[in-house]
Design a protein around this ligand. Structure first.
Ligand SMILES: [Zn+2]
Ligand SMILES: [Zn+2]
Length: 422
């Protein structure tokens, strides 16, 4: 059985997270989503680790289970802010650990380098090189994965904070880095454009700050291996047992295009370069998006596929599609009622998105929704690109508008419907 894993999430102890972001809700919504393995997130936080130790049972192979048997793997995300090569660097790394004992050792050492209790994702002033050295002194099995490697503010390749090469960031410790997280705003195909990334596994997780199904599991990595810490880490290190990733369209990510949120300015890389990355409205530097950053570092054209590249799927969460179809807020009664009705009929959301046949879907929901689910399965839902912290928007015609347009067309009324003008 394939393991659909979301190993980068956060708990209620991370900044800007709901107080209800606890194990119970994580398990509940992971099951609803169809995720079969979750990271715990935030394992350096004193209160969260205490909760994990009380409520989860170690099975001896590095997997922790809830009372009902749902599996978790110890994970966290840490922030590193430091200077290197005369430039300020801000990098986020995901860390995986095999058991509570190892987490205690990690926490011990990190506690000497900074405080841990103010945020589930604490900040340290040491370099990524020093950090990997510290971890490897504790245990070889600890895995470090650079997080959302392209986002502008806090990442390995970030336009405002990062490096141009993995080797520049991790130096001689690069040998301990095996996998890289794409982040929402890039997909594997974009990463394949850099020959320097060929030796790394490309993985995807949600970085969710909530348990809601439009966040949790919106990106995930599928493993075809035994459910154990060692086999999962082996897959991350070698690709053996790493089946594929599930991605949102990179346009959907908050940092795909270049722009300024407050100035309502959004540009493709070419246009941004014509403006020398300066905002035409406020004259300040634009937030350079992931597409432009990939373009700058790529040594291959889009479409190149490295030999050992893993396949990936492109899927927008069902709730996001329903919100557009109903022209309603994502957390509204109408969207959630339809979501749960459809999901209940098939067991979980990923089954709806990936497997449910059109005939089966038609029995449960209306035609325009079925059409969009099938379109989504082929990765063909058009998206208005995200930029400077603004999410992309699926360009799905609302059901009411569609009916109105059809009525109009059938009356052979003339004129371009403005509703189609996104
Ligand atoms: Zn992060
Ligand atoms: Zn501006």
């Amino acid at each position: 059985m394939a393991i659909i894993a979301d190993l980068h999430i956060h708990s209620k102890y991370s900044r800007a997270c709901s107080a209800k972001l606890d194990l119970q809700n994580l398990e509940k919504f992971a099951r609803i989503k169809g995720i079969s393995l979750l990271g715990t997130g935030d394992f350096t936080h004193p209160k969260w680790i205490k909760e994990l130790k009380t409520k989860l049972v170690e099975d001896g192979s590095g997997i922790l289970r809830t009372k009902r048997g749902f599996p978790f793997l110890l994970s966290t995300e840490l922030s590193f802010i430091y200077s290197q090569g005369g430039k300020g660097r801000r990098i986020h790394n995901i860390v995986l650990a095999k058991n509570f004992e190892m987490v205690d050792q990690i926490t011990d050492i990190l506690g000497k380098n900074g405080r841990l209790d103010y945020d589930g994702r604490p900040i340290f002033g040491i370099s990524c090189i020093e950090f990997v050295e510290l971890m490897k002194e504790i245990d070889e099995s600890i895995e470090i994965i650079p997080a959302h490697i392209w986002t502008p503010w806090f990442s390995l390749f970030g336009s405002n904070s990062g490096f141009d090469a993995v080797q520049e960031c991790f130096g001689d410790q690069t040998k301990h880095i095996h996998a890289l997280e794409t982040g929402l705003s890039s997909n594997p195909a974009m990463n394949w454009r850099l020959s320097q990334l060929d030796k790394f596994q490309i993985v995807s997780f949600s970085d969710s700050h909530s348990f809601w199904p439009w966040r949790l599991g919106r990106e995930a990595t599928v493993f075809d291996t035994k459910l154990q810490y060692d086999t999962i880490v082996h897959a991350l290190r070698t690709g053996e047992g790493l089946a594929e990733t599930m991605e949102v369209s990179p346009l959907f990510g908050k940092y795909h295009l270049t722009g300024h949120r407050n100035c309502n300015v959004c540009m493709e890389p070419k246009e941004a370069l014509q403006h020398k990355n300066i905002c035409p409205k406020c004259k300040k530097p634009l937030t350079v998006g992931v597409e432009q950053r990939v373009e700058a570092l790529a040594d291959r054209e889009l479409g190149y596929r490295p030999k050992h590249a893993k396949p990936f799927k492109t899927l927008i969460p069902l709730t996001e599609l329903l919100a557009q179809l109903f022209n309603a807020g994502i957390a509204t009664k109408r969207v959630l009622a339809e979501y749960f009705k459809i999901v209940e009929a098939f067991g979980n959301e990923l089954r709806v998105l990936l497997e449910a046949s059109s005939q089966e879907l038609r029995k449960v929901t209306q035609e325009p929704i079925v059409d969009v689910i099938l379109q989504n399965r082929e990765g063909k839902v058009p998206i208005k690109g995200g930029y400077d912290g603004v999410y992309g928007v699926p360009l799905v015609i609302p059901i009411e508008d569609k009916t109105a347009i059809e009525r109009k067309t059938s009356k052979a009324e003339r004129g371009q419907p403005t509703l189609l003008d996104f």
